[in-house]
Design a protein around this ligand. Structure first.
Ligand code: ADP
Ligand code: ADP
Ligand code: MG
Length: 615
């Protein structure tokens, strides 16, 4: 059951203050003046599965959808799943197109878009984009530009968490500007420590330092990585928590200061600080700890005036102590598992909140939000786990997915014939399973992954299957070092690809003939073909002559008088019509015809040229 988020009715017309809030440059001050302003047309400034996820929600709510796509994405499915689609960033490299704020705003204005959903990644956490939308009178489906800015700066977010009484990992109060500051920090808190990019994300720009000798090199590397990836090399230092769980809380806030949480997700299964498998709710979580995590998240969100959907991320150490790490002020890749266990459609909620509806009005009250069963999400990527998860590219020769009860698939261009390009991230399909508890959801996931047949590009499915059947994953708890510490996860069952090999063999045989030694060695030149000669003179008479000379009655008489079987030959027709490559042309049939006329004159009829033309 979905919670009903209140259908928009048209009768608000007279009351509607069109875009009043957005004409104000002080986006955060508009909350009191807003009436419901139905959104009629949404643009998603993103691509792939998340664009489609949002289009689907819009379509369900009767909202028209607009896609934007880069030149490299002309053949992508998100273009087709929207009511309208427009090219952006002409002549730009693939990623830059989706970061081209002026072009995106231009397309929005030209096509009467009234709200923009940023998805995740790309511009989703850029306050200058949220501001550009506001300035253009287009609603940004997310928090105010000011909140996006504060949350995007990890150092500032930390400071706000401290103000809200939320525990944080011991760390520097601000960005560090010298190696000396890092040294001082390590002296006070001891190793290991972690360098983090102040404006980082997606697990990039982080470096763990385990002893003094590694300090300088890692400082320099982290700085240049952050500079290259985020355009700003600012770093801060945190104590590195040993083998923590990554647990994050989903929150929703409206324009009126109401904030609720939708419980937590466990995203501890990570590779290089990037999530691979996510589950909700977290397994074996102490209810008191759950309380603290959710309360802290709601308090922090209230403190900053958080509006729309967001996630508060924590690390939980081995003693069950939790530490805030960051806020993601957008919809996350793993939002799906929360939807599965709470029956709340987060994108519907985002749209309604943006229209100015309050959480209670949407039926989203804290005491109504319940955890129902368990859900797991696997990110199926076109990466080869046998080669250090190198992205693989090419054409999907075969694509069949695992479906059935308890399985949800969120994908974009996952179909036979799709081209997997190297331009964007390698997420192919999100497989989400749900069941009454974690082992049930895991069974469904395992079954679904086994059903997938993806050929032409490598995927991480064999690796995911190993994770999903791991005893610790199924019955215990895992921490963020789980993948690094379990080498057996990399013992991959090779895909034999038998069906494809057989098909290739048959295709090759049909087109090129046999390649095996015995038939190949029998040289055609060793056999002397028999070339029939055509006798001189007119061919002997046959049944056709009877028909021509004596008419139908005479013909019928001749048939009745004939002793023995009469034959019709269909060789000409078969040779002419054959679907094989050896089709015989009319030109050649005509050359054979005289021999047939001389030697098979006693045939009743001949079928020719692929139809019912009896000769
Ligand atoms: P991002 O912006 O890339 O998501 P986060 O700060 O959320 O960065 O950290 C991502 C992951 O990196 C965490 O889930 C965790 O595995 C690891 N990590 C981050 N900070 C620490 C820390 N202080 N101690 C241990 N692991 C950490
Ligand atoms: P490969 O040749 O790479 O091993 P196949 O497509 O031939 O892959 O399938 C291998 C085996 O998987 C089959 O022999 C069958 O036992 C099993 N199998 C086939 N289809 C399914 C399915 N839909 N779900 C689960 N197992 C399947
Ligand atoms: Mg994070």
């Amino acid at each position: 059951m979905l919670l009903h988020l209140g259908a928009v009715k048209g009768g608000l017309g007279a009351l509607m203050l069109r875009r009043v809030c957005l004409l104000s440059r002080h986006a955060h001050s508009y909350s009191q003046s807003v009436e419901h302003q139905p959104i009629k047309k949404v643009m998603v400034a993103n691509r792939g599965e998340i664009a489609i996820r949002v289009f689907r929600a819009c379509t369900e709510l009767g909202i028209r959808t607009v896609a934007v796509y880069s030149e490299q994405d002309t053949g992508q499915m998100h273009r087709q799943k929207a009511d309208e689609a427009y090219l952006i960033g002409k002549g730009l490299p693939p990623v830059s197109a989706y970061l081209h704020i002026p072009d995106i705003i231009r397309v929005a204005k030209e096509n009467n878009v009234d709200a923009i959903h940023p998805g995740y990644g790309f511009l989703s956490e850029r306050s200058d984009f949220a501001q550009a939308c506001a300035d253009a009178g287009v609603r940004f489906i997310g928090p105010s530009p000011e909140v996006v800015r504060k949350m995007g700066d990890k150092v500032e977010a930390r400071a706000l968490a401290i103000q809200a009484g939320v525990p944080v990992v011991p760390g520097t109060d601000g960005p560090i500007t010298s190696l000396k500051e890092a040294e001082d920090f390590a002296k006070t808190y001891d190793f290991p420590i972690i360098f983090k990019a102040a404006y980082g994300g997606g697990g990039r720009g982080m470096r763990v330092v385990r002893n003094y000798e590694e300090l300088e090199e890692n400082y320099n590397r982290a700085y240049s990585e952050a500079l290259a990836a985020f355009g700003n090399g600012a770093l801060f230092v945190e104590k590195f928590i040993d083998k923590p769980r990554h647990i994050e809380v989903q929150i929703l806030g409206d324009k009126y200061g109401n904030v609720i949480h939708l419980y937590e997700r466990d995203c501890s299964i990570q590779r290089r600080h990037q999530k691979v498998v996510e589950i909700a709710p977290a397994a074996h979580l102490d209810p008191h700890l759950r309380d603290r995590l959710t309360k802290d998240s709601v308090n922090l969100a209230k403190q900053v005036g958080y509006e729309n959907a967001g996630t508060v991320e924590f690390l939980v150490d081995k003693n069950g102590k939790h530490y805030f790490i960051e806020v993601n002020s957008r919809l996350q890749v793993e939002h799906t598992v929360t939807e599965e266990i709470t029956d709340v459609d987060l994108v519907h909620a985002q749209l309604r909140i943006c229209e100015g509806r309050s959480l209670p009005e949407l039926g989203l009250k804290q005491d109504k939000i319940r955890i129902n069963g368990s859900a797991i999400q696997c990110r199926v990527t076109t990466e080869d786990p046998a080669r250090g998860f190198q992205p693989d590219t090419g054409r999907l020769e075969v694509f069949r997915s695992g479906e059935g009860m308890g399985i949800r698939l969120d994908s974009a261009s996952a179909f036979q014939g799709a081209l997997i390009s190297p331009h964007y991230d390698s997420l192919l399909v999100k497989v989400i399973s749900s069941g009454k508890d974690l082992p049930t959801a895991a069974t469904k996931m395992n079954r679904a992954l086994a059903e997938f047949r993806i050929r032409g590009v490598k995927t991480n499915i064999p690796f995911l299957q190993n994770v999903l059947s791991n005893h610790q994953f199924l019955y215990g708890t895992v921490d963020t070092q789980f993948i690094d510490e379990n080498a057996d996860l990399f013992h991959l069952k090779p895909v034999q690809n038998r069906a494809q090999k057989l098909l290739h063999y048959l295709g090759h045989l049909m087109v090129n003939g046999p390649a095996t030694p015995i038939p190949v060695k029998a040289k055609p030149s060793d056999t002397d073909p028999v070339i029939p000669t055509v006798p001189i003179g007119e061919p002997p008479l046959g049944f056709r002559d009877v028909l021509l000379k004596e008419g139908p009655e005479g013909f019928a008489r001749a048939v009745r008088q004939h002793k023995g079987l009469l034959l019709m030959d269909t060789t000409f027709r078969d040779a002419h019509q054959s679907l094989l490559a050896t089709r015989v042309r009319t030109h050649d049939l005509k050359k054979i015809a005289p021999f047939v006329a001389h030697n098979f004159n006693n045939l009743f009829s001949l079928e020719n040229w692929g139809g019912d033309l009896h000769k």
